[in-house]
Write a protein that binds this ligand. Sequence first.
Ligand code: GLC
Ligand code: CA
Length: 560
Amino acid sequence: MHKSWWQEAVVYQVYPRSFQDSNGDGIGDLQGIIQHLDYIKELGVDVIWLNPIYKSPNADNGYDIADYQQIMPEFGTMADFQQLLKAAHARGLKMMMDLVVNHTSDEHPWFQAAKQSRTDPHHDWYIWRDPVDGHEPTNWRADFGGSAWTYVPEVGQYYLHLFAVKQPDLNWTNPAVRKAVFDMMTWWCDQRIDGFRMDVINLISKPDVFADDPHLLEQPNGNSLGLIANGPHVHEYLRAMNKAVLSKHDLMTVGEAPGVTPALALQYTGFDRHELEMVFQFKHVGLDNDPQFGKWSLKHPQLTDLKRVLSDWQTALHGKAWNSLYWDNHDQARAVSRFGDDRPAFRVHSAKMLAATLHFLEGTPYIYQGEELGMTNVAFPSIHDYRDLDTLNAWHELVEQQHALAPEDMLKRIHRRSRDNARTPMQWSPAPQAGFTAGTPWLAVNPNYTDINATAALADSDSVFFFYQKLIRLRKQYPDLIVYGAYTLLDPDDPDVYMYQRHAAKQELLVISNFTDQTLTRDIAKQLSPSAKLLISNYDDDAENTLRPYETKAYLTSER
Ligand code: GLC
Ligand code: CA
């Protein structure tokens, strides 16, 4: 059996811009993270994943990098970073960095040179095409709306950007690009970082021939990521990266991989493949998408679909590769509002229920800042309150240009799915601005911070925070079962209850979660051996075959 520290680890994701502002400018920063390392340690996690902290004009909050080896001045300096890394390591916390190498910022010196002339050596570091009949070379659409091509008169060509106009895609077919990226990664490894989370890494290899995207004929508001993903040379590039960099250091790697299936994941992460260690798949966070408007949807995910997707990944990868486990991150709406129930009567129970359901699966769990408090979505009253360019671009296209959705309708969809739901400042205390800043935050705090905050959570032994802490302790206590055990789904067609087992040589775990606000009856006794004991639950007592709203419980059976 393949065993390693990163399989046994739990990761805490920090979105630095929204975590803690230390100097009153309204923007979170590295010194702010240092202030809360003890808090992160208290939760019991092993690794911190930092969203990009590099120099950037912030068209996409740091995912548009202008210099890979400098810190964004708003976040601090390289000395601050060294201090943070040392302080994390001193507490036994590892640090995983974001690696954004599908694209750079258009303000990166490479692109600044590339757009000057066709003969500049950096021109070929990006992806250029001549106009076709005076138009874009293909119909490809960017993930943030609009064409994926932007024209540059100086060179008389279009450049490709799968995301924003200010995020030109790098040309990975050029060996000089690959070498520059690998050298930069080595430089970060030499700073003693512990891993990379690789942004949209399965998009780096583009098709050999550029042709129109047929999918856009049915889905004119879609994007062309599906056409580009998992391109012809992606495995070759990742193996080269592994050989040049990853294999030389003891790292944890996770590749963000939109559109990846379990079969493809085996190619990226198979234990014998020497590419990546895990991928972030997207299937379970796309189940509530709208057929016409994609993520701008009011649909609720169906539990039977969710169980099917998660179970497919569990069984396909077992023994061969490794899963990442997440509900939340900086791109997703808040899990408790989306998969749980954020009404006051149910918020804490459903947040704990989601936590247990995820943490007892096979894989490495990721906790996104505030998830351990049960932080919720926000419903800002106006589009002007939003900062996320994905949200603003969608408003522009769907409301202002196409008149496809009425403003109130789109606002509802934004309340449900905007990335800014995850990006409102971390709720530290009931003090003004949730204790996030002494100034004006770059994105408003969620008004519910007076009730939902870390100070309140730490003062309440029954809080969501301490439930996560307990889940992490159980993982450390029963690694054979909780980390490495095999998985079996029970009652796949039950629309309301998620029930599964994990098995190790002499142990068995039964996990039961009620995903509804109703009291239900299930024959749980029949699944339990007489020696089974309750390991954890989100209610004070065990009502056996009765499942109360959002109840979750796990039983352990050990034969000794
Ligand atoms: C990834 C990031 C997201 C970013 C995009 C473009 O999906 O997680 O935040 O906008 O890539 O870099
Ligand atoms: Ca600051």
